[in-house]
Each structure stands twice: as C-alpha cells, then as structure tokens.
Ligand binder design. Structure first.
Ligand code: BGC
Length: 456
C-alpha cells in the first residue's frame, strides 16, 4: 500500500516536471501549421521563412549552452521555474508579434526555454526517482514531448479556420507553462542536489516521502560519499580522465539520435508522403498524424519495458528496426525497383515502422542515459553539453535534408540514415552500459569498469 502511494507521488512529481517536455514538443511542432498563415500575412521571403522556423533551434542551442553551470549551482528546480516563465512570456510575445522580426525574437526566447528544459527536466526526474522505476519516470519526459508534437498538429488544425488563427496556436502554450511554473513552485529540489549543497535536513524531508521505510541516513551517506568523489562543475573538469567516456557517450547518443534522421520524418513527413504518391495535401497530413500517434503509442511501450528488460535490449531492437525500415524506405523510392501504386504503401509502412522503432529506443533512451551517467556535482553542465550537441545536430540535419534529397535522391538519403543506424548499433554495443536498476551513485564506477575492458 505504502509502495503504491509512494509510486503515485513520484509519478505525480515526474508528470509535473514533464510538462517541460510537453512544451518542448508543442513549441517545436506548432510552427509547421502556423507558418502557412504567417507566410501569407507578411509575404515572407524564403530566407525569412527559414529564419522563423530555425530561430527556435538557435535559441535551444544558446539556452542549453548557457545554463548548465547555473543548474549545478542554483539548483534544478529554480532553473525549471525560469523556463516556465520564459515559455509563458514567449508564448504571449509570439502570439502578439506585430512584425516578423518580433516573431523571430520571441521564437528565439521560446527556443532558449526549450534548450534548458530538454535536459533539466530529465535531470530533475532522474534525481528524484527510485532506481527500479527510474527508466519509466524519466521517459515520461519523452512521452510528453511526443504528446506535445501530436497535440500541436490537432491545435493547428483546429485554429486554422480562425481569423489570425496562428496567434492562438502560439498562445495555447501559456496553459502548460502556467501549470509547470506553479507545480514546480510547490515541489522541492532533488535530494541529490540538496545533499550536494549540504542542505541535509531538507534532503531528508524529500527522501522520507519518496523512499519511506528505508534507512535515510545510509542513503544520504552513500550520496555524500559519491558527491565527495565527484568533480566540481567547471568547463575544465569536463575534460578530466574520468569524464572522457561519459562525455563521449552523451555526445555519441545525441549524434545518433539526430543523424539517423528522426526530424526529417517529424518536420518533413507530409513532403515524404507527397513524394511517395499521396497527391492531396489532406492525405499527406492525415498520414503525418498517424506518424504522431505511433510515436506516442510506442513511447508508452518503451516506458512499460524499460525497467523490466533494460535499456540495451530496447536499443538493439529499436535500432535494428530503424536500419531495416530505412533500408526499405530507400528501396521504395529507388528507380531500380518499380513499385508503382504500391510505392506509397511501402513508404508509409516503412515510415511507421521507423517511428515505432525510434520511439522504443533512441527517443527516450538518449535523454535517459545522459541523465544517469554523470557525477552529481557536474551533471547539469555535462548534460547541457550533450544537449547543445543534440540541437546542433538537429539543425544540421534539418538544414541539409533538402540538399541531400536533391543530391543523393530520396533512396540515397534514407540509405545513408540506415548506414548511420548500423553505426549507432555498434556504438551502443561498445559504449553503452546497462543502467537498469543501478543506483545513480554506482553508475560512474560501472562506466569505469566498462572503459577498462574496452581499452585493455
Ligand atoms: C528528439 C527530438 C525529436 C523527438 C521526436 C526527441 O527525443 O530529441 O529531436 O523531434 O524526440 O519524438
């Protein structure tokens, strides 16, 4: 009974924090629908259009780059509250923008909040979670991202017929940001951060709620010991000997999460479906909604499995699915094979399998692993570095996709992503530790052992 109540409490805390993920998904997804109307209202040039879309990515890189140390010094809670305020103000500013320049600045502000939320939310959840359900709790953040993306499609559709509908599309963002801000004000910071700042009584209070019946003094002693061994949060300390492998793993995960093409599907799905033969825009958009639904559903599947079968089997299974479905997508578009009217069905089946495979593996697990592998004192800074890379790689793929299509053709492009997924498999085999059920404090030692095995 007590266990159930505790689980309910930690799930509730994780859901409140995961609203940051919802805003991440919503604010990246909303632009595709809004852009159609903004373009008409201000007769945007292709250059300005590109800026309106990519301003969020620029903001995200800046936000993640500038906040890591602050998260370690001022705490996880305060940083998430600040993102809620930026999301709130940014939503109003984008909705009220009177010219394209103001819109771009407001989208940069929203991007800053997205960049900060994308790592501080998994970080917060990871540090409050009991080991046996940490994978599921942190992955609620990814679930919220996928729900945010999906709801942006529906909200865009709903407001499409309104006069100045695009303004309402942006304005809706104030609702989750308000709940996030107020919710976080009512929660305390994570016990691990509190212990790192010697606020032991406060940490004890939190621990007694999320770990009732356990020996709190021994938990605190263990966390304290690992904090004493942990490197201080500074840029120089990111490059010390025992940070090398965790840093490579974090950046590597973000490389493979983005360079295996996820956002070409998320951002360009209607275009892919139109190329495959779904002639009407309506059919292409319906197929895109199907992609969003599969993304949500398979993230739920991942959440249910992640603490039972572990991170690595899911990664192997999901990445293999990505390799195969991307190879098929390449075949579907290849001029060497004449699929005729079956092309579009082969394309949609491949894209759906691809999304399902991503959603059970690289989607949630990349964010989960980076919240687990770094020592407490430098966790915020190290996660922010991996996050900057995530947004940087995201930008590179989004930017180069149209030219890749032009130069390599759709087949060549998807085959390239398929080969990169094979490299991702190899990366997971060589570098990724199984962290299922392991205490956060023990993970650095686990990595140490793996590292020794790898290079000896
Ligand atoms: C990725 C995003 C992607 C989303 C799709 C996230 O984990 O970081 O780039 O758009 O998953 O569900």
């Amino acid at each position: 009974m007590e266990n159930k109540q505790t689980n309910f409490l930690v799930y509730l805390i994780a859901i409140i924090a995961a609203l940051g993920g919802l805003l991440f998904g919503y604010d990246t997804g909303v632009i595709s629908g809004a852009l159609l109307f903004i373009k008409d209202q201000w007769a945007l040039s292709a250059y300005m259009e590109g800026l309106v879309v990519s301003s969020v990515l620029i903001g995200a890189v800046v936000g993640a780059a500038c906040s890591g140390k602050i998260t370690d010094f001022l705490g996880r809670k305060i940083v998430i509250i600040v993102t809620a305020v930026i999301f709130f103000a940014g939503s109003i500013a984008t909705a009220c923008a009177i010219n394209p320049l103001l819109l771009i600045f407001s989208r940069i502000a929203i991007g800053i909040a997205i960049g900060i939320a994308s790592y501080s939310v998994p970080l917060y959840i990871s540090e409050i979670s009991p080991n046996n359900i940490r994978g599921a709790l942190v992955s609620l953040n990814q679930l919220a991202i996928t729900i945010g993306i999906l709801s942006s499609y529906f909200i865009d559709r709903y407001f499409a017929s309104f006069e100045h509908g695009w303004r309402y599309m942006f304005l809706i963002g104030i609702v989750p940001s308000l709940i996030l801000g107020i919710g976080m004000l009512c929660l305390s910071d994570t016990p691990r951060w509190l212990i790192s700042k010697n606020k032991i009584d406060e940490a004890k209070k939190v621990l007694s709620k999320i770990n009732p019946g356990e020996n709190l003094d021994s938990i605190i002693a263990e966390v304290k010991q690992s904090i004493e061994q942990s490197t201080e949060s500074s840029f120089r300390n990111l490059f010390v000997e025992n940070m090398k492998v965790p840093l490579i793993i974090g950046i590597g995960f973000m490389f493979f999460q983005q360079l295996t093409g996820i956002n070409t599907v998320i951002y360009y799905a209607p275009k892919i479906f139109q190329m495959a033969g779904f002639a009407s825009a309506k059919a292409a958009i319906t197929a895109t909604v199907a992609v969003g639904i599969v993304n949500v559903l398979f993230t739920v599947v991942s959440i249910r499995l992640i603490d039972k079968i572990g991170r690595k089997p899911l990664l192997y299974f999901g990445l293999s699915g990505m390799v195969i479905s991307l190879a098929f997508l390449g075949f579907a578009f290849s001029p060497l094979f004449a699929f005729g009217i079956y092309l579009k069905w082969l394309a949609i089946a491949s894209v759906i399998c691809y999304i399902a495979s991503f959603a059970i593996s690289l989607g949630p697990i990349a964010w989960l692993i980076i919240s687990e592998i770094y020592p407490t004192k430098i966790r915020g800074l190290a996660m922010s570095v991996a996050t900057v890379c995530n947004w940087g790689f995201n930008f590179i793929v989004g930017f180069s996709f149209p030219s890749l299509l032009k130069n390599l053709g759709p087949s060549g492009t998807f085959w390239l992503f398929s080969v990169l997924s094979i490299c991702g498999l190899l990366f997971c085999y060589l570098f990724v530790p199984e962290t299922k059920g392991v205490e956060l404090e023990e993970i650095p030692e686990l990595l140490n052992q793996k590292f020794k095995k790898l290079f000896n």
